[in-house]
Structures are given as C-alpha cells and as structure tokens.
Design a protein. Structure first.
Length: 95
C-alpha cells in the first residue's frame, strides 16, 4: 500500500511538472512569435530608413532655403523699392 502512495505522489508530481512545462513552453512560444513579428517590422523599417533620411535632408534644405528667403525679404526696403519702380515708370513714360 505504501508503494502505491509513493507511486501516486510520483505520478502527481510528474503530471504537475508536465503542466508547468507546458505553460512555460506556451509562454516561450508566444514570446518567440512576438519576437518574429518585431523582427519582420524591423526589416520593413530598415527598408524605409534611406527614404526617411532623404526626406529629412530635403526638409532641412527647404528650411534653409526658407530662412535665406526670409532674410532677403526682410532686407527689402519698401520705400526704396517704390521709389525705384516709380522712377522706372517715369523713364518708360518719357519714351
């Protein structure tokens, strides 16, 4: 009778260990699946990296051009511009 009790304990322990291993395996499988998904997304993003860098460079160039244009516009003397245009108009009218 003692033999059967010991055997039952062993079977129960083995069964519980099997369930624990199954839970661990399912957790690892889930993590591995997530990792595989993330690696796929990483590969997609790596393909887009050159395009993103080019766009950033183009935006930087656009901002630089805008800054230069803004500085040039701020340097325009409106009164002098109107005077020059009026003088040019008067010259053309005389011809």
């Amino acid at each position: 009778m003692i033999f059967y009790l010991e055997c039952d304990k062993c079977v129960e322990t083995l069964l519980n260990s099997t369930y624990n291993l199954e839970d661990i395996w399912e957790g690892l499988w889930s993590e591995a699946s997530l990792l595989g998904h993330l690696q796929g997304r990483d590969a997609e993003l790596a393909i887009l990296e050159p395009e993103a860098n080019e766009t950033i460079l183009e935006l930087t160039n656009t901002i630089d051009s805008y800054s230069i244009l803004r500085a040039e516009i701020q340097q325009i003397n409106e009164q002098q511009y109107y005077t020059d245009v009026n003088n040019l108009f008067n010259r053309v009218s005389l011809c």
